[in-house]
Design a protein around this ligand. Structure first.
Ligand SMILES: [Ca+2]
Ligand SMILES: [Ca+2]
Length: 237
């Protein structure tokens, strides 16, 4: 039984290690392998739905691989939205490149699939050399040194239980001890919308390498893994 005990201990250690890993909820590089086509609307592709105006898969400003999501203009405003699996604690990561200094180019995270204004938990956008976000009801500057035609890496960790989020720009934490949601959530988040402000001036911004993942709580995951393994090991010995 000594060998079995050692094996069990090894399995528990492995389970604790695996438990800390995030699981991917949604991922896309807007590539042809994801179903997108150059110069074609993203409407209906890989979970995306056109909200207003137009958003296309484009090779013109590809940030990674061959294609990116481009917030184009053929209508009054452009925005595309997508639903993902409901989750209370998520990480949203992507590349973003503002290509116009004046108009808004940003994203909302929603707690509801009807994408209502009061469902916007996280609201953030580039405009006039700044990255702005709502901290509760207050529109706040996250960064005031934004350049156009520059690719930024964005990371948001949003906690629907506490209605707070943290945000990293190029790996640097920009929200201190955390920002409050613009609107309190129902406890889970389930939708993302990329948008640009309304003006007929062509492309405003580009997105690529979007990954939405859950954030497992290591202690809970480890305990779950430990519990089931202890049961398993007891049965076996
Ligand atoms: Ca890409
Ligand atoms: Ca929800």
């Amino acid at each position: 039984m000594k060998k079995m005990r050692l094996l069990c201990i090894l399995m528990v250690v492995l389970a604790i290690g695996a438990g800390a890993q995030a699981a991917i909820i949604y991922e896309t590089g807007f590539e042809t392998t994801d179903g997108f086509s150059d110069g074609v609307s993203v409407d209906g592709v890989d979970g995306w739905v056109l909200h207003t105006g137009s958003a296309i898969a484009s090779s013109t400003h590809a940030l990674s691989g061959d294609l990116s999501l481009e917030m184009q203009d053929t209508g009054p405003s452009g925005s595309a939205k997508m639903l993902f699996a409901d989750n209370g604690l998520i990480t949203v990561e992507f590349l973003a490149r503002p290509v116009n200094s004046t108009y808004m180019f940003g994203w909302h995270l929603y707690d509801d699939d009807d994408y209502g204004d009061s469902d916007r938990a996280v609201s953030m956008w580039f405009t006039e050399g700044k990255l702005k976000a709502y901290d509760g009801g207050t529109l706040t500057n996250i960064d005031t040194d934004i350049s156009i035609n520059t690719t930024y890496s964005i990371k948001i960790v949003a906690d629907a239980a506490s209605n707070t989020f943290n945000m990293w720009l190029d790996g640097n934490l920009k929200t201190g001890s955390g920002f409050n949601f613009r609107n309190s959530s129902d406890g889970t988040l389930c939708a993302l919308r990329m948008f640009r402000s309304s003006a007929a001036i062509g492309n405003v911004g580009v997105i690529d390498d979007l990954v939405i993942s859950d954030v497992p709580e290591p202690a809970t995951m480890a305990l779950l893994g430990l519990g089931s393994l202890v049961m398993l090991c007891r049965k076996r010995s």
